[in-house]
Ligand binder design. Structure first.
Ligand code: SF4
Length: 321
């Protein structure tokens, strides 16, 4: 992975934020594009939020992109006085606490940057690491609660190689990703850690780690109206910071309470969206508060929700139809 071959904290941070909730294959492309577009944190800080959101389009969880941009601005405004030794020589927070204070950076990301960029002795606990630690030490406490996280952090401190945290973190992550995987198969039989693995010894490895019960998924029904006069359409920006897709654009939308079957289903982490799109050909664009009249050819200049992109693709909408 290119982000494992650099000590540049900016590049590592970028990769970690992109890879949260994104598969490596998909994330790689975005990582390269972001680095090309904004090679330094200063360049990212100088970008428009709308531009950042547009580049992020398709990755989902847009709060990550907003936080990325906010954090870049914060870094440049704070002006951490110490130039780093990595590529570019630009400024970047250098301690775990400074990193942890950035928007969108939690314990995992701060630990990953601190160890991969600066070789500081902090664990970087992603899902793979939680699984390996739970199995090695036979921990049956849910790892995704605050008490569980605290316990796992205490436990991994006893394993962490303080002389080489960079190597330790990448080794345990890779071990979890490639070897001690969710479904074990016959991996344990030839595992080099078998002799010290309590989960293996107690026969519990396969059912570890334990998660807290999942919250109920909420169903929502959206009706989108796609107005077109042949050359133009109407879009609106989602303005509720507490709701999905904050500051992304879509066609005018009405939400209703129904249980009808709609042609599109879009699943998010805690919500299942049911959507339908109605095309309405008009001579004159209606005057709807909060909407923008734009030319069809300019649609790609706006950061659109993934559902909107899917609908455009499926319905093969062009100005003529
Ligand atoms: S013995 Fe099995 S469960 Fe234990 S670390 Fe190895 S692969 Fe994972």
């Amino acid at each position: 992975m290119p982000w494992r071959e650099t000590n540049d904290p900016y590049a590592i941070w970028l990769s970690e934020i992109i890879l949260q909730q994104t598969r490596v294959v998909q994330g790689m492309d975005y990582y390269m594009r972001f680095l090309n577009h904004w090679p330094t944190v200063e360049a990212l800080a100088a970008a428009d939020e709308a531009e950042v959101l547009r580049e992020w389009q398709g990755l989902g969880y847009y709060s990550r992109a907003r936080n990325l941009h906010k954090a870049a601005k914060q870094i440049v405004e704070t002006g951490y006085g110490l130039p780093v030794t990595g590529d570019g020589g630009h400024l970047f927070p250098r301690t775990f606490d400074e990193l942890r204070a950035l928007p969108g950076v939690g314990d995992y990301t701060a630990g990953a940057i601190a160890s991969f960029a600066y070789n500081l002795p902090y664990p970087a606990m992603d899902g793979n690491v939680y699984r390996v630690v739970a199995r090695l030490l036979d921990i049956d406490e849910a790892f995704d609660t605050s008490a569980g996280k605290k316990l796992f952090h205490q436990k991994i401190e006893t394993l962490l190689d303080r002389d080489n945290p960079r190597l330790f973190n990448s080794a345990i992550m890779e071990f979890g990703a490639l070897y001690c995987t969710p479904v074990l198969g016959d991996a344990c039989a030839s595992c080099p850690l078998q002799a010290m693995c309590l989960g293996y010894a107690h026969g519990t490895a396969e059912v570890l780690p334990v998660r807290k019960p999942r919250p109920k998924v909420r169903d929502r029904w959206f009706t989108y109206t796609i107005y077109t006069d042949g050359t133009r359409t109407l879009i609106q920006r989602r303005e509720n910071p507490k709701d999905i897709w904050y500051h992304l654009y879509e066609f005018p939308c009405e939400e209703s309470q129904t249980e009808d079957k709609y042609p599109f289903t879009h699943v998010l982490s805690h919500q299942k969206l049911h959507a339908r799109f109605i095309v309405r050909k008009v001579q004159k664009m209606p005057d709807i508060a909060g909407t923008l009249v734009i030319r069809w050819e300019d649609l790609n200049d706006y950061a659109l929700s993934r559902l909107t992109l899917r609908a455009l693709d499926t319905l093969r909408l062009t100005p003529q139809n």
